[in-house]
Design a protein around this ligand. Structure first.
Ligand SMILES: NC(=O)c1ccc[n+]([C@@H]2O[C@H](COP(=O)([O-])OP(=O)(O)OC[C@H]3O[C@@H](n4cnc5c(N)ncnc54)[C@H](O)[C@@H]3O)[C@@H](O)[C@H]2O)c1
Ligand SMILES: O=c1ccn([C@@H]2O[C@H](COP(=O)(O)OP(=O)(O)O[C@H]3O[C@H](CO)[C@@H](O)[C@H](O)[C@H]3O)[C@@H](O)[C@H]2O)c(=O)[nH]1
Length: 437
Protein backbone atom coordinates (compact mmCIF):
# COMPACT_ATOMS: atom_id res chain seq x y z
CA UNK A 1 0.00 0.00 0.00
CA UNK A 2 1.20 3.57 -0.67
CA UNK A 3 1.54 5.48 2.56
CA UNK A 4 2.65 8.97 3.59
CA UNK A 5 3.92 9.91 7.05
CA UNK A 6 3.74 13.62 7.89
CA UNK A 7 6.20 14.60 10.63
CA UNK A 8 9.34 12.47 11.00
CA UNK A 9 10.37 13.00 14.61
CA UNK A 10 10.64 10.41 17.39
CA UNK A 11 7.28 8.95 16.37
CA UNK A 12 7.08 9.54 12.61
CA UNK A 13 10.60 8.48 11.57
CA UNK A 14 10.18 5.13 13.31
CA UNK A 15 6.65 4.73 11.98
CA UNK A 16 7.74 5.45 8.39
CA UNK A 17 10.64 2.99 8.52
CA UNK A 18 8.50 0.34 10.22
CA UNK A 19 5.73 0.68 7.62
CA UNK A 20 8.32 0.15 4.84
CA UNK A 21 9.61 -2.88 6.75
CA UNK A 22 6.04 -4.24 6.78
CA UNK A 23 6.07 -4.09 2.97
CA UNK A 24 4.47 -0.73 2.22
CA UNK A 25 5.68 1.98 -0.13
CA UNK A 26 6.32 4.96 2.15
CA UNK A 27 7.10 8.65 1.73
CA UNK A 28 7.98 10.56 4.89
CA UNK A 29 7.54 14.35 4.91
CA UNK A 30 9.05 16.80 7.36
CA UNK A 31 9.48 20.58 7.35
CA UNK A 32 12.99 20.21 8.80
CA UNK A 33 15.44 19.84 5.87
CA UNK A 34 18.25 18.55 8.15
CA UNK A 35 16.03 15.71 9.39
CA UNK A 36 14.95 14.85 5.84
CA UNK A 37 18.57 14.91 4.65
CA UNK A 38 19.69 12.52 7.43
CA UNK A 39 16.76 10.16 6.89
CA UNK A 40 17.25 10.23 3.11
CA UNK A 41 20.77 8.93 3.73
CA UNK A 42 19.38 6.22 6.03
CA UNK A 43 20.80 8.01 9.09
CA UNK A 44 18.70 8.33 12.24
CA UNK A 45 18.37 12.03 13.20
CA UNK A 46 18.12 11.04 16.89
CA UNK A 47 19.24 8.14 19.08
CA UNK A 48 16.81 5.24 19.08
CA UNK A 49 18.08 1.65 19.40
CA UNK A 50 17.39 -0.39 16.25
CA UNK A 51 16.36 2.61 14.12
CA UNK A 52 19.62 2.88 12.11
CA UNK A 53 19.36 -0.81 11.13
CA UNK A 54 15.65 -0.44 10.28
CA UNK A 55 16.35 2.62 8.12
CA UNK A 56 19.14 0.84 6.25
CA UNK A 57 17.02 -2.26 5.65
CA UNK A 58 14.11 -0.13 4.44
CA UNK A 59 16.41 1.93 2.20
CA UNK A 60 17.72 -1.28 0.61
CA UNK A 61 14.18 -2.32 -0.33
CA UNK A 62 13.70 0.99 -2.17
CA UNK A 63 10.32 1.36 -0.45
CA UNK A 64 11.18 4.32 1.80
CA UNK A 65 11.98 7.91 0.90
CA UNK A 66 11.85 11.27 2.65
CA UNK A 67 11.12 14.77 1.39
CA UNK A 68 10.21 18.29 2.48
CA UNK A 69 7.79 18.54 -0.46
CA UNK A 70 4.23 17.88 0.60
CA UNK A 71 3.27 17.49 -3.06
CA UNK A 72 4.97 14.09 -3.05
CA UNK A 73 2.22 12.59 -0.89
CA UNK A 74 -0.20 12.74 -3.83
CA UNK A 75 -0.89 9.16 -4.89
CA UNK A 76 -0.60 7.72 -1.40
CA UNK A 77 -3.84 6.19 -0.11
CA UNK A 78 -3.19 6.42 3.63
CA UNK A 79 -1.66 9.52 5.26
CA UNK A 80 -0.39 9.33 8.86
CA UNK A 81 -0.21 12.59 10.81
CA UNK A 82 2.69 12.31 13.28
CA UNK A 83 3.57 15.95 14.02
CA UNK A 84 4.18 17.34 17.51
CA UNK A 85 1.51 18.57 19.94
CA UNK A 86 3.63 20.37 22.55
CA UNK A 87 2.35 22.21 25.61
CA UNK A 88 1.39 25.80 24.78
CA UNK A 89 3.77 28.37 26.24
CA UNK A 90 2.49 29.49 29.64
CA UNK A 91 -0.61 27.28 29.48
CA UNK A 92 -1.51 23.66 30.13
CA UNK A 93 -3.31 23.09 26.81
CA UNK A 94 -1.80 21.43 23.72
CA UNK A 95 -0.61 23.51 20.78
CA UNK A 96 -2.42 22.12 17.74
CA UNK A 97 -0.83 24.45 15.20
CA UNK A 98 1.36 21.68 13.75
CA UNK A 99 -1.54 19.25 13.45
CA UNK A 100 -3.64 21.87 11.68
CA UNK A 101 -0.78 22.78 9.31
CA UNK A 102 -0.14 19.11 8.52
CA UNK A 103 -3.86 18.51 7.96
CA UNK A 104 -4.04 21.53 5.59
CA UNK A 105 -1.11 20.07 3.66
CA UNK A 106 -2.70 16.63 3.41
CA UNK A 107 -6.09 18.04 2.36
CA UNK A 108 -4.43 19.82 -0.56
CA UNK A 109 -3.23 16.49 -2.00
CA UNK A 110 -5.93 14.08 -0.87
CA UNK A 111 -7.58 11.68 -3.32
CA UNK A 112 -11.33 10.86 -3.10
CA UNK A 113 -10.62 7.47 -1.45
CA UNK A 114 -7.87 8.84 0.78
CA UNK A 115 -7.66 7.90 4.46
CA UNK A 116 -6.13 10.42 6.88
CA UNK A 117 -4.86 8.74 10.05
CA UNK A 118 -4.21 10.83 13.14
CA UNK A 119 -1.42 9.39 15.32
CA UNK A 120 -0.41 12.52 17.23
CA UNK A 121 -1.69 12.78 20.81
CA UNK A 122 -4.50 15.35 20.76
CA UNK A 123 -7.21 16.74 23.04
CA UNK A 124 -10.49 14.86 22.64
CA UNK A 125 -12.62 16.70 20.08
CA UNK A 126 -9.76 17.32 17.65
CA UNK A 127 -10.62 14.37 15.39
CA UNK A 128 -14.27 15.45 15.23
CA UNK A 129 -13.19 18.99 14.23
CA UNK A 130 -10.80 17.71 11.53
CA UNK A 131 -13.42 15.28 10.15
CA UNK A 132 -15.85 18.19 9.90
CA UNK A 133 -13.28 20.08 7.84
CA UNK A 134 -13.23 17.21 5.33
CA UNK A 135 -17.02 17.26 5.14
CA UNK A 136 -17.13 21.06 4.77
CA UNK A 137 -14.65 20.84 1.90
CA UNK A 138 -16.88 18.28 0.15
CA UNK A 139 -14.17 15.61 0.44
CA UNK A 140 -15.11 11.93 0.35
CA UNK A 141 -11.88 11.00 2.12
CA UNK A 142 -12.11 9.57 5.65
CA UNK A 143 -10.38 10.38 8.94
CA UNK A 144 -9.36 7.67 11.44
CA UNK A 145 -7.83 8.27 14.88
CA UNK A 146 -5.14 5.67 15.57
CA UNK A 147 -3.20 6.77 18.67
CA UNK A 148 0.38 5.60 19.13
CA UNK A 149 1.67 3.99 22.33
CA UNK A 150 5.38 3.46 21.55
CA UNK A 151 7.99 4.10 24.22
CA UNK A 152 11.23 5.84 23.32
CA UNK A 153 14.11 3.41 23.66
CA UNK A 154 11.79 0.59 22.50
CA UNK A 155 10.16 2.44 19.61
CA UNK A 156 11.08 -0.03 16.86
CA UNK A 157 9.84 -3.06 18.78
CA UNK A 158 6.70 -1.23 19.94
CA UNK A 159 5.84 -0.13 16.39
CA UNK A 160 6.42 -3.50 14.74
CA UNK A 161 4.84 -5.47 17.62
CA UNK A 162 2.41 -3.15 19.41
CA UNK A 163 0.59 -4.18 22.63
CA UNK A 164 -2.66 -3.19 20.92
CA UNK A 165 -4.03 -1.19 18.02
CA UNK A 166 -6.85 1.30 18.46
CA UNK A 167 -8.89 2.72 15.57
CA UNK A 168 -11.35 5.53 16.13
CA UNK A 169 -13.60 5.49 13.06
CA UNK A 170 -16.77 7.27 11.96
CA UNK A 171 -20.01 5.29 11.85
CA UNK A 172 -21.23 3.68 8.64
CA UNK A 173 -19.71 2.74 5.32
CA UNK A 174 -16.92 5.37 5.50
CA UNK A 175 -15.78 3.89 8.79
CA UNK A 176 -15.79 0.36 7.39
CA UNK A 177 -13.75 1.47 4.39
CA UNK A 178 -11.23 3.24 6.63
CA UNK A 179 -11.00 0.21 8.93
CA UNK A 180 -10.31 -2.04 5.94
CA UNK A 181 -7.49 0.29 4.81
CA UNK A 182 -5.88 0.25 8.27
CA UNK A 183 -6.31 -3.54 8.51
CA UNK A 184 -4.26 -3.75 5.33
CA UNK A 185 -1.60 -1.39 6.71
CA UNK A 186 -1.31 -3.43 9.92
CA UNK A 187 -1.87 -6.86 8.32
CA UNK A 188 1.36 -8.28 9.80
CA UNK A 189 0.87 -7.31 13.47
CA UNK A 190 -2.83 -8.23 13.22
CA UNK A 191 -1.91 -11.65 11.82
CA UNK A 192 0.41 -12.08 14.84
CA UNK A 193 -2.55 -11.63 17.18
CA UNK A 194 -2.18 -7.97 18.18
CA UNK A 195 -5.42 -7.03 19.99
CA UNK A 196 -7.52 -4.54 18.02
CA UNK A 197 -10.03 -2.12 19.51
CA UNK A 198 -12.31 -0.43 16.97
CA UNK A 199 -14.24 2.43 18.48
CA UNK A 200 -15.47 5.99 17.94
CA UNK A 201 -13.30 9.11 17.66
CA UNK A 202 -13.84 10.33 21.21
CA UNK A 203 -12.93 7.01 22.80
CA UNK A 204 -9.84 6.56 20.62
CA UNK A 205 -8.50 9.98 21.56
CA UNK A 206 -9.31 9.41 25.24
CA UNK A 207 -7.64 5.97 25.31
CA UNK A 208 -4.30 7.61 24.62
CA UNK A 209 -4.43 10.28 27.31
CA UNK A 210 -6.08 7.88 29.77
CA UNK A 211 -3.19 5.43 29.33
CA UNK A 212 -0.57 8.13 29.88
CA UNK A 213 -2.48 9.53 32.86
CA UNK A 214 -2.58 6.06 34.42
CA UNK A 215 1.16 5.57 33.89
CA UNK A 216 1.94 9.01 35.34
CA UNK A 217 -0.34 8.29 38.30
CA UNK A 218 1.39 4.99 38.97
CA UNK A 219 4.79 6.71 39.05
CA UNK A 220 3.55 9.53 41.27
CA UNK A 221 1.84 7.03 43.57
CA UNK A 222 5.14 5.28 44.26
CA UNK A 223 6.92 8.63 44.58
CA UNK A 224 4.32 9.70 47.17
CA UNK A 225 5.14 6.46 49.02
CA UNK A 226 8.82 7.47 48.74
CA UNK A 227 8.00 10.66 50.64
CA UNK A 228 6.44 8.52 53.39
CA UNK A 229 9.48 6.25 53.35
CA UNK A 230 11.76 9.25 53.76
CA UNK A 231 9.73 10.39 56.78
CA UNK A 232 9.81 6.94 58.43
CA UNK A 233 13.11 5.35 57.41
CA UNK A 234 11.36 2.76 55.23
CA UNK A 235 12.64 1.56 51.85
CA UNK A 236 10.47 2.36 48.82
CA UNK A 237 12.16 -0.24 46.59
CA UNK A 238 11.22 -3.06 49.00
CA UNK A 239 7.75 -1.56 49.32
CA UNK A 240 7.36 -1.52 45.51
CA UNK A 241 8.61 -5.11 45.24
CA UNK A 242 6.15 -6.22 47.90
CA UNK A 243 3.06 -4.48 46.53
CA UNK A 244 4.11 -5.35 42.97
CA UNK A 245 3.81 -9.08 43.75
CA UNK A 246 0.06 -8.51 43.82
CA UNK A 247 -0.84 -9.20 40.19
CA UNK A 248 -3.61 -6.60 40.41
CA UNK A 249 -0.97 -3.94 41.09
CA UNK A 250 2.07 -5.27 39.18
CA UNK A 251 5.69 -4.19 39.63
CA UNK A 252 6.14 -2.35 36.31
CA UNK A 253 6.16 1.46 36.44
CA UNK A 254 6.66 1.43 40.21
CA UNK A 255 10.25 2.64 40.09
CA UNK A 256 10.47 5.51 42.54
CA UNK A 257 13.01 8.25 42.00
CA UNK A 258 13.30 11.51 40.16
CA UNK A 259 9.97 11.00 38.45
CA UNK A 260 8.67 11.27 34.93
CA UNK A 261 9.71 13.65 32.17
CA UNK A 262 9.92 13.53 28.40
CA UNK A 263 7.86 14.79 25.50
CA UNK A 264 4.72 12.86 26.52
CA UNK A 265 3.63 12.17 30.11
CA UNK A 266 4.07 15.70 31.57
CA UNK A 267 2.47 17.60 28.69
CA UNK A 268 -0.22 14.97 28.11
CA UNK A 269 -1.56 15.06 31.67
CA UNK A 270 -1.57 18.86 31.57
CA UNK A 271 -3.36 19.00 28.22
CA UNK A 272 -5.87 16.45 29.51
CA UNK A 273 -6.61 18.65 32.55
CA UNK A 274 -6.98 21.70 30.29
CA UNK A 275 -9.41 19.85 28.03
CA UNK A 276 -11.42 18.57 30.99
CA UNK A 277 -11.74 22.19 32.12
CA UNK A 278 -13.08 23.21 28.71
CA UNK A 279 -15.57 20.33 28.88
CA UNK A 280 -16.74 21.43 32.34
CA UNK A 281 -15.51 18.25 34.05
CA UNK A 282 -12.26 19.57 35.52
CA UNK A 283 -13.05 17.99 38.90
CA UNK A 284 -12.84 14.53 37.34
CA UNK A 285 -9.12 15.08 36.70
CA UNK A 286 -8.23 17.18 39.75
CA UNK A 287 -6.10 14.24 40.98
CA UNK A 288 -3.78 14.82 38.01
CA UNK A 289 -2.75 18.16 39.53
CA UNK A 290 -1.48 16.20 42.52
CA UNK A 291 0.22 13.67 40.22
CA UNK A 292 2.03 16.59 38.57
CA UNK A 293 2.98 18.23 41.90
CA UNK A 294 4.29 15.00 43.44
CA UNK A 295 6.39 14.56 40.31
CA UNK A 296 7.84 18.07 40.40
CA UNK A 297 8.56 17.82 44.16
CA UNK A 298 10.97 14.94 43.50
CA UNK A 299 13.24 17.27 41.55
CA UNK A 300 13.34 19.71 44.47
CA UNK A 301 14.00 16.85 46.90
CA UNK A 302 16.98 15.72 44.81
CA UNK A 303 18.52 19.20 45.07
CA UNK A 304 17.84 19.23 48.84
CA UNK A 305 19.55 15.85 49.28
CA UNK A 306 22.59 17.13 47.39
CA UNK A 307 22.65 20.17 49.67
CA UNK A 308 22.42 17.96 52.76
CA UNK A 309 25.43 15.86 51.77
CA UNK A 310 27.34 19.08 51.00
CA UNK A 311 26.92 20.19 54.63
CA UNK A 312 24.03 22.56 53.96
CA UNK A 313 25.27 24.60 51.01
CA UNK A 314 25.88 23.93 47.33
CA UNK A 315 27.21 27.41 46.57
CA UNK A 316 30.53 26.98 44.77
CA UNK A 317 30.35 23.17 45.11
CA UNK A 318 31.20 21.05 42.12
CA UNK A 319 28.31 18.78 41.19
CA UNK A 320 28.46 15.93 38.66
CA UNK A 321 25.11 15.06 37.09
CA UNK A 322 25.08 11.62 35.44
CA UNK A 323 22.42 11.66 32.75
CA UNK A 324 20.77 14.39 30.69
CA UNK A 325 18.09 12.51 28.75
CA UNK A 326 14.66 12.00 30.35
CA UNK A 327 15.20 8.24 30.39
CA UNK A 328 17.96 5.79 29.38
CA UNK A 329 18.36 4.63 25.77
CA UNK A 330 17.08 7.95 24.44
CA UNK A 331 18.73 11.28 23.54
CA UNK A 332 15.46 13.14 24.18
CA UNK A 333 15.87 15.96 26.70
CA UNK A 334 12.32 17.34 26.57
CA UNK A 335 11.27 18.10 30.17
CA UNK A 336 14.17 16.01 31.42
CA UNK A 337 14.19 15.67 35.23
CA UNK A 338 18.00 15.32 35.07
CA UNK A 339 18.47 18.66 33.32
CA UNK A 340 15.88 20.33 35.49
CA UNK A 341 17.89 19.31 38.60
CA UNK A 342 21.17 20.36 36.95
CA UNK A 343 19.78 23.78 36.01
CA UNK A 344 18.22 24.37 39.46
CA UNK A 345 21.56 23.60 41.13
CA UNK A 346 23.48 25.85 38.78
CA UNK A 347 21.00 28.68 39.45
CA UNK A 348 21.55 28.14 43.17
CA UNK A 349 25.30 28.67 42.79
CA UNK A 350 26.72 25.17 42.26
CA UNK A 351 29.31 24.45 39.55
CA UNK A 352 27.50 21.75 37.61
CA UNK A 353 28.96 19.35 35.05
CA UNK A 354 26.54 17.10 33.17
CA UNK A 355 27.36 13.96 31.23
CA UNK A 356 25.29 11.57 29.14
CA UNK A 357 26.13 8.80 26.67
CA UNK A 358 23.87 10.21 23.92
CA UNK A 359 22.13 13.43 24.88
CA UNK A 360 24.93 15.99 25.38
CA UNK A 361 24.33 17.80 22.07
CA UNK A 362 20.60 18.12 22.70
CA UNK A 363 21.23 19.16 26.31
CA UNK A 364 23.77 21.79 25.31
CA UNK A 365 21.38 23.22 22.72
CA UNK A 366 18.69 23.60 25.39
CA UNK A 367 20.90 24.62 28.35
CA UNK A 368 24.00 26.29 26.84
CA UNK A 369 25.05 27.69 30.24
CA UNK A 370 25.64 24.24 31.74
CA UNK A 371 29.06 22.55 31.46
CA UNK A 372 29.33 19.13 29.88
CA UNK A 373 31.78 16.23 30.06
CA UNK A 374 32.13 13.17 27.85
CA UNK A 375 32.37 10.54 30.59
CA UNK A 376 31.18 9.94 34.14
CA UNK A 377 34.80 9.99 35.39
CA UNK A 378 35.46 13.33 33.70
CA UNK A 379 32.23 14.82 35.09
CA UNK A 380 33.02 13.50 38.57
CA UNK A 381 36.57 14.82 38.68
CA UNK A 382 36.92 16.97 41.83
CA UNK A 383 33.17 16.65 42.48
CA UNK A 384 31.78 17.38 45.93
CA UNK A 385 28.72 15.30 45.06
CA UNK A 386 27.72 12.94 42.24
CA UNK A 387 24.05 12.75 41.24
CA UNK A 388 22.75 9.75 39.32
CA UNK A 389 19.84 11.30 37.42
CA UNK A 390 19.20 8.96 34.46
CA UNK A 391 19.77 5.23 34.90
CA UNK A 392 21.87 4.42 31.81
CA UNK A 393 23.39 0.94 32.17
CA UNK A 394 26.91 2.36 32.34
CA UNK A 395 25.95 4.45 35.40
CA UNK A 396 24.23 1.49 37.09
CA UNK A 397 27.49 -0.41 36.66
CA UNK A 398 29.85 2.30 37.93
CA UNK A 399 32.64 1.04 40.13
CA UNK A 400 32.54 2.99 43.43
CA UNK A 401 36.20 2.31 44.17
CA UNK A 402 37.32 3.61 40.79
CA UNK A 403 35.08 6.69 40.95
CA UNK A 404 36.37 7.44 44.45
CA UNK A 405 39.82 8.11 42.98
CA UNK A 406 38.63 11.15 41.00
CA UNK A 407 36.10 12.91 43.27
CA UNK A 408 36.89 15.46 45.98
CA UNK A 409 34.28 14.03 48.38
CA UNK A 410 32.62 10.62 48.26
CA UNK A 411 28.99 11.77 48.16
CA UNK A 412 26.46 10.15 45.85
CA UNK A 413 22.73 10.79 45.48
CA UNK A 414 20.99 7.97 43.61
CA UNK A 415 18.04 9.66 41.91
CA UNK A 416 16.81 6.42 40.34
CA UNK A 417 17.31 3.86 43.15
CA UNK A 418 19.47 1.65 40.97
CA UNK A 419 22.74 1.43 42.93
CA UNK A 420 23.43 -0.99 45.75
CA UNK A 421 23.73 1.17 48.89
CA UNK A 422 25.82 -1.45 50.74
CA UNK A 423 28.46 -1.62 48.00
CA UNK A 424 28.82 2.16 47.81
CA UNK A 425 28.93 2.60 51.58
CA UNK A 426 31.52 -0.17 51.86
CA UNK A 427 33.69 1.85 49.44
CA UNK A 428 33.51 4.84 51.79
CA UNK A 429 30.75 6.79 50.07
CA UNK A 430 27.92 8.71 51.72
CA UNK A 431 24.99 7.21 49.80
CA UNK A 432 21.60 8.97 49.73
CA UNK A 433 18.57 8.09 47.63
CA UNK A 434 15.00 9.20 47.00
CA UNK A 435 12.88 7.04 49.31
CA UNK A 436 15.57 4.70 50.63
CA UNK A 437 17.48 4.95 53.91
N1 LIG B 1 7.80 10.47 21.11
C1 LIG B 1 7.03 9.46 21.49
O1 LIG B 1 7.48 8.52 22.14
C2 LIG B 1 5.56 9.46 21.16
C3 LIG B 1 4.82 8.29 21.37
C4 LIG B 1 3.44 8.31 21.13
C5 LIG B 1 2.83 9.46 20.70
N2 LIG B 1 3.57 10.59 20.52
C6 LIG B 1 2.90 11.79 20.01
O2 LIG B 1 3.28 11.91 18.65
C7 LIG B 1 3.38 13.28 18.28
C8 LIG B 1 4.78 13.54 17.74
O3 LIG B 1 5.70 13.39 18.78
P1 LIG B 1 7.27 13.31 18.53
O4 LIG B 1 7.87 12.94 19.82
O5 LIG B 1 7.54 12.49 17.32
O6 LIG B 1 7.58 14.85 18.19
P2 LIG B 1 8.85 15.42 17.41
O7 LIG B 1 8.92 16.87 17.77
O8 LIG B 1 10.02 14.54 17.61
O9 LIG B 1 8.44 15.28 15.86
C9 LIG B 1 7.52 16.07 15.22
C10 LIG B 1 8.03 16.31 13.79
O10 LIG B 1 7.02 16.95 13.02
C11 LIG B 1 7.66 17.88 12.14
N3 LIG B 1 6.66 18.83 11.66
C12 LIG B 1 6.08 19.87 12.32
N4 LIG B 1 5.17 20.48 11.52
C13 LIG B 1 5.15 19.80 10.35
C14 LIG B 1 4.40 19.92 9.15
N5 LIG B 1 3.47 20.86 9.01
N6 LIG B 1 4.65 19.06 8.15
C15 LIG B 1 5.58 18.09 8.28
N7 LIG B 1 6.31 17.92 9.41
C16 LIG B 1 6.10 18.76 10.43
C17 LIG B 1 8.77 18.47 12.98
O11 LIG B 1 9.78 19.07 12.20
C18 LIG B 1 9.26 17.22 13.74
O12 LIG B 1 10.30 16.56 13.03
C19 LIG B 1 3.00 14.06 19.53
O13 LIG B 1 1.63 14.33 19.50
C20 LIG B 1 3.31 13.10 20.66
O14 LIG B 1 2.57 13.38 21.82
C21 LIG B 1 4.92 10.61 20.71
O1 LIG C 1 8.67 3.22 37.00
C1 LIG C 1 8.95 4.21 36.34
C2 LIG C 1 8.80 4.26 34.93
C3 LIG C 1 9.10 5.43 34.26
N1 LIG C 1 9.58 6.51 34.93
C4 LIG C 1 9.87 7.76 34.19
O2 LIG C 1 8.75 8.10 33.40
C5 LIG C 1 9.14 8.79 32.22
C6 LIG C 1 8.44 8.20 31.02
O3 LIG C 1 8.92 6.89 30.78
P1 LIG C 1 8.29 5.98 29.63
O4 LIG C 1 6.83 5.97 29.78
O5 LIG C 1 9.01 4.71 29.61
O6 LIG C 1 8.74 6.82 28.35
P2 LIG C 1 8.03 7.48 27.09
O7 LIG C 1 8.88 7.12 25.93
O8 LIG C 1 7.77 8.91 27.42
O9 LIG C 1 6.63 6.73 26.88
C7 LIG C 1 5.39 7.20 27.40
O10 LIG C 1 4.84 8.21 26.60
C8 LIG C 1 4.64 7.81 25.21
C9 LIG C 1 4.16 9.03 24.46
O11 LIG C 1 2.81 9.29 24.68
C10 LIG C 1 3.65 6.65 25.18
O12 LIG C 1 3.44 6.28 23.82
C11 LIG C 1 4.20 5.49 25.99
O13 LIG C 1 3.27 4.42 26.00
C12 LIG C 1 4.45 5.98 27.42
O14 LIG C 1 5.04 4.95 28.20
C13 LIG C 1 10.66 8.73 32.19
O15 LIG C 1 11.18 9.98 32.61
C14 LIG C 1 11.00 7.63 33.19
O16 LIG C 1 12.25 7.85 33.80
C15 LIG C 1 9.72 6.48 36.30
O17 LIG C 1 10.12 7.47 36.93
N2 LIG C 1 9.41 5.32 36.98
Amino acid sequence: MRISVIGCGYLGAVHAAAMAQLGHDVVGVDVDPAKVDALSHARAPFFEPGLPELLREAADTGRLRFTTDMGEIAGAQVHFICVGTPQKRGEFGADLAYVDAAFDGVMAHLGPDGVVVGKSTVPVGTAERLAQRLTDAGSTATLVWNPEFLREGFAVQDTLHPDRLVYGVPAGEAGERAKAALDEVYATPLSEGTPLVVTDYATAQLVKVAANSFLATKISFINAMAELCEATGADVTSLADAIGHDARIGRRFLNAGLGFGGGCLPKDIRAFMARAGELGVDQALSFLREVDSINMRRRVRMVDLAREVCDGSIVGRRVAVLGASFKPDSDDVRDSPALSVAAQMQLQGARVVVTDPQAIDNARAKWPDLSFAETAEEAATDADVVLLATEWTEYRELNPEKLATVVRSRNIVDGRNVLDPATWRAAGWTYRALGRP
